[in-house]
Design a protein around this ligand. Structure first.
Ligand code: ADP
Ligand code: ADP
Ligand code: MG
Length: 651
């Protein structure tokens, strides 16, 4: 086994690898960029080396600097995590040359799977079913059009070098093909420096089900069961679970065999994932292989009791796989949700900012993988994932119930996250039944984002906390800062997330009070912290998480959020007119400017394209009119809410 390894990554996955190393007695070296000087991964590792500026291209993607750091510190191996250099075969080759073990597959297997089209050709040969389509070299528009018509609609255009949902388009009819092709090629060129595409039949109402595979240098290959990853937005995973609620035993067995065959076809060594797209009729097709550890590996670990990072280290140091296929078993059910700094209500745009507080309940069925702590920031430079929260149960029903409880008691204060969306998914009957497909989130978005208005019990719990000044049941919380003057009879304003105000009157003492709320009077009893709250004779398990005026109350697995303020507090100023003065919805870089001063424009016309945090966003005109001023040029970096263009609206 290695004595010391370097982790060429950051955030949650770097911290995750460090944990296993610590348990195995392997020393760790972290690398960090200028944006990560105080980041958790650098502090958790035994040693940490600075590798350059915030931009990934000049730090986490700079092979020279990373190899230098390995040499300097005497690291015997490099774990690439995921993203960054993890699927870069040139990096794996350079590690080999430098005499440092790359904890991952051989550069040859990476190359074989790097292009989605070459991989598909290889899989066809190995007898693994692939989605019908075109994955040829001739990229002429005529040829692609002909092939598209041959495949039929709907179809998908994919960047062959693709990943992270970029360079991908669904085309529903022949007339839309040309524009979609141009868009996909442009995005692919920007993201991967390669505009080659493939065409694929679009499988309707599909499920994304993938198999974890593992190979060693002694010719062994196994699978470690599947993960269902159909809950996606913008073709990217949000919730994953295992076992898949969709598979029957016979389909599962066939897919497992196909996954192992796929791995063997490229002499695969170390951890990898075979992704399948599965039709409503349970027909399954190879989609791509990810030649690295997967973001959602925790649920595989939670149900099998294995440590996949440990397996990675063992295999990379030349050991045999610890278990044979027949000895790999699993029990129970596990669900992972990805907590992202993004606004689900605004097209899932990433957001940046400081996480004032991040807290999750300390239950033994909850696993939290994260690289941030309260007080840390999410910057424009890297992935906006804050944490992965995995919950396990003896069966799916128990796991789903626990997920609801866990998310109700999870809080992030200080910035917008997709936590409300995650809660919406957890409580949705379609999720509870397991009957969902990759279009679920988009279809159900309005329902998923509904935020329950606080009820009297929720407000009562918050008032009890506010009044007593005690820590909440979780022990980790305090209503800091704001206190209302005590006395007989207070008035409060509870503002729910929809912006509605509720006038609340309170009278009594901290243990027993009446709460007047929406013309009703409620009798409240409140025991010591952790004992919940009784409202009109009904008892609730209550957890209050508070910061400043903002309260989050968990009542029996439901979460309510609201502000509680003195009715005399002042309100924020109104937003400016964004129709005529569009602003950047996220921090990023201007990659294209489509208008100039004096141009006449139509409503909805594209003005600028911004890029930041793994995505591209087109800013459109909110009104028809004439361009008065263009405030930014291509290449400019802009903060969120920065005015971009001034439009003089048409009369
Ligand atoms: P997976 O296929 O493993 O489920 P996705 O395809 O959703 O994951 O996204 C994985 C990609 O996300 C990685 O290839 C990487 O680009 C990026 N990514 C996510 N989280 C991180 C992180 N903490 N550090 C670096 N890259 C990350
Ligand atoms: P990436 O490299 O970005 O992960 P994938 O090829 O793995 O790209 O596809 C990402 C997602 O796109 C899938 O999880 C699925 O939701 C959808 N998808 C891909 N191919 C198809 C297809 N042929 N039919 C329907 N949906 C598809
Ligand atoms: Mg994929």
């Amino acid at each position: 086994m290695f004595r010391k390894i370097l982790i060429a990554n950051r955030g949650e996955i770097a911290c995750r690898v460090i944990q296993t190393c610590r348990r195995m007695g392997v020393a760790t070296v972290a690398v960090y960029s200028a944006a990560d000087r105080h980041a958790m991964h650098g502090q958790e590792a035994d040693e940490a080396g600075f590798i350059g500026p915030a931009q990934a291209a000049a730090s986490y993607l700079d092979m020279d600097r990373i190899l230098d750091a390995a040499k300097r510190t005497g690291a015997e191996a490099i774990h690439p995590g995921y993203g960054f250099l993890s699927e870069n075969s040139e990096f794996a080759r350079r590690c080999q040359k430098a005499g440092v073990a790359f904890i991952g597959p051989s550069p040859e297997s990476m190359d074989a799977m790097a292009s989605k089209s070459a991989a598909k050709a290889l899989m066809e040969k190995a007898g693994v079913p692939v989605v019908p389509g075109y994955h040829g070299d001739d990229q002429g528009k005529k040829t692609l059009e002909k092939e598209a018509n041959h495949i039929g609609f709907p179809l998908m255009i994919k960047a062959t070098a693709g990943g992270g949902g970029k360079g991908m388009r669904i085309v529903r009819e022949a007339g839309d093909f040309g524009d979609a092709l141009d868009g996909a090629k442009r995005e692919a060129k920007n993201a991967f420096g390669d505009d080659k595409v493939l065409l694929e039949k679009y499988i309707e109402h599909p499920r994304h089900i993938e198999f974890q595979v593992f190979g060693d240098t002694h010719g062994n290959a196994v699978h470690v069961f599947e993960r269902e990853c159909s809950l996606q937005r913008r073709f990217q995973k949000v919730v994953e679970e295992t076992p898949s609620p969709f598979l029957d035993e016979s389909t599962r067995a066939k897919m497992g065999e196909a996954a192992v065959a796929a791995a063997q076809a490229v002499d695969y060594v170390n951890a990898g994932t075979i992704e399948f797209i599965v039709g409503a009729d349970k027909s399954f097709y190879f989609m791509e292989m990810n030649t690295r550890l997967q973001v959602e590996h925790p649920i595989t670990e939670d149900t099998t009791g294995l440590d996949l990072v440990e397996w990675q280290l063992r295999v990379a140091s030349g050991e045999k796989l610890p278990l044979a296929q027949k000895d790999i078993t699993r029990a129970g059910h596990s669900i992972e949700v990805r907590l992202y700094a993004e606004n689900a209500a605004k097209d899932f745009l990433p957001v940046t900012g400081r996480i004032e507080t991040f807290a999750t309940p300390a239950e033994d069925y909850v696993r939290v993988d994260t690289g941030v702590r309260s007080g840390d920031s999410i910057s424009i430079f890297y992935d906006p994932m804050i944490a992965k929260i995995s919950v396990s149960g003896r069966d799916r029903a128990e796991a789903v119930a626990r997920l609801n409880e866990t998310l109700a008691r999870t809080a992030v204060f200080g910035m917008v996250t997709n936590l409300p969306l995650l809660r919406g998914i957890a409580r949705h009957p379609g999720f509870a039944s397991g009957d969902y497909d990759t279009g679920f989130i988009e279809r159900e978005l309005d329902t998923l984002l509904e935020r329950p208005a606080p009820d009297a019990a929720a407000v009562a719990a918050a008032v009890a906390l506010l009044w007593s000044g005690e820590d909440s049941a979780d022990g980790a919380w305090q209503a800091d800062g704001w206190r209302i003057a005590q006395g007989a009879g207070w008035r409060l304003l509870a503002t729910d997330m929809a912006g509605s105000d509720h006038d609340v009157r309170v009278a009594g003492n901290p243990r027993e009070f009446t709460l007047e709320w929406s013309d009703n009077s409620h009798a409240v009893r409140h025991g010591p912290a952790g004992h919940g709250i009784t409202v009109d004779g009904t008892h609730f398990a209550a957890h209050v998480l508070a910061q400043g005026r903002r309260y989050q109350v968990a009542l029996d697995g439901r979460a309510f959020e609201f502000d509680l303020a003195s009715p005399f507090a002042t309100r924020g100023a109104a937003a400016s007119d964004t129709a005529t003065h569009p602003v950047s919805p996220m921090p990023g870089r201007v990659v294209a400017v489509h208008v100039k001063e004096g141009d006449e424009i139509a409503e909805g016309q594209a003005l600028m394209v911004l890029e930041g945090m793994k995505m591209e966003y087109t800013v459109k005109a909110g009104v028809a009119g004439r361009i008065e001023k263009v405030r930014h040029a291509e290449g400019d970096m802009v903060e969120a809410e920065t005015p971009l263009v001034d439009i003089e609206a048409e009369e």
